[in-house]
Design a protein. Structure first.
Length: 309
């Protein structure tokens, strides 16, 4: 059965619930989600995620969203962990002004009468971050639930967190992302018609507009994988302003699919960034750029072959 998604509260009692934003649904998040599902299964209950459409900081600090994955993909990844229901709430002044005890009593207990509540060790809620693991533990008996706090999850002594993943993406350390995220960092988009300069260099590219609400990648050239129509192709992808061609060009993604000669205009593709090959650079001429692209392609193929990708 597929996960049901609700965008407003309703009465749905006796659940095993977890709380969090779950941006990226990384390996640490998955432990929280799996604990929620396991408790539900062991006690013949349903499981639910209580989350928000936009990150609370977008409202509290008037920030523009910069997520690891889109809301659609976040929900898809949560569903893969076996969750039955997802409640995607609007974080507005009504939520922001709630004291932690009122959030617990009037939102969680009143609507879900939870039997189990699971959070990560660093989850906060309520005005001024009053609600935390200690708070939820203290009210277990009064409100009839059992609380489970998931401790920090690490990989090679690195805390698995959305903020660490963002750091890696912004600094171009994409090869380190997959250990924390559980997959490579990726961007999805529709292929749009470009200026076809790559074609004149024998390096035709699929151009995609970078999604506004996704964390911005470090500019440069990446060994990447492009998924289109259910097939995956090796590629080199440039993210930048194409300074050799047009220094004032808007930021764009250009993926050259290695050994592919087909037409994918107007197709939806997924570009996964495997390894940064070099920073963005302005070349003296188009022939110099073409020579570098030949080297980039060879470096990508060598990396793919060495790592059996």
């Amino acid at each position: 059965m597929s996960m049901q998604v609700f965008y407003e509260l309703n009465k749905n009692p006796d659940l095993s619930i977890c709380l969090g934003f779950f941006d990226g649904v990384h390996e640490g998040h998955k432990v929280v989600l799996k604990n929620t599902v396991n408790l539900a299964n062991q006690n013949s209950l349903k499981s639910a995620v209580i989350t928000f459409k936009d990150h609370p900081l977008c409202y509290l600090q008037n920030r523009t969203p910069q997520y690891i994955v889109s809301l659609e993909d976040r929900l898809s990844l949560i569903e893969k962990q076996g969750i039955d229901y997802a409640y995607v709430l609007e974080f507005d002044e009504n939520i922001a002004d709630l004291m932690a005890i009122d959030y617990l009593k009037n939102i969680l207990v009143e609507h879900f009468s939870p039997k189990f509540i699971t959070t990560g060790f660093n989850h906060y809620f309520g005005a001024n971050k009053q609600g935390n693991a200690s708070f939820l533990r203290a009210y277990q008996k009064e409100y009839g639930y059992k609380f489970f706090e998931i401790p920090p999850i690490t990989f090679n002594n690195t805390l698995i967190s959305s903020s660490k993943i963002r750091q890696f993406v912004e600094s171009g350390r994409t090869e380190d992302v997959s250990d924390l995220l559980g997959e490579y960092f990726y961007v999805k988009g529709r292929v749009v018609t470009g200026e076809r300069i790559g074609r004149t260099l024998s390096f035709p590219t699929a151009n995609v507009r970078y999604p506004q609400d996704i964390i911005k990648l470090s500019r440069g050239v990446y060994a990447s994988l492009v998924e289109c129509d259910g097939r995956v192709y090796r590629a080199i992808t440039n993210y930048g302003k194409r300074p050799t061609v047009d220094g004032n060009h808007a930021l764009i993604l250009e993926a050259h699919l290695i050994g592919f000669g087909g037409n994918i205009y107007d197709k939806d593709i997924k570009i996964s960034f495997i390894k940064k090959l070099r920073d963005e650079k302005k070349f003296a001429s188009l022939p110099d750029l073409k020579s570098q692209l030949v080297r980039d392609e060879a470096a990508a193929i060598e990396y793919f072959d060495t790592h059996k990708i």
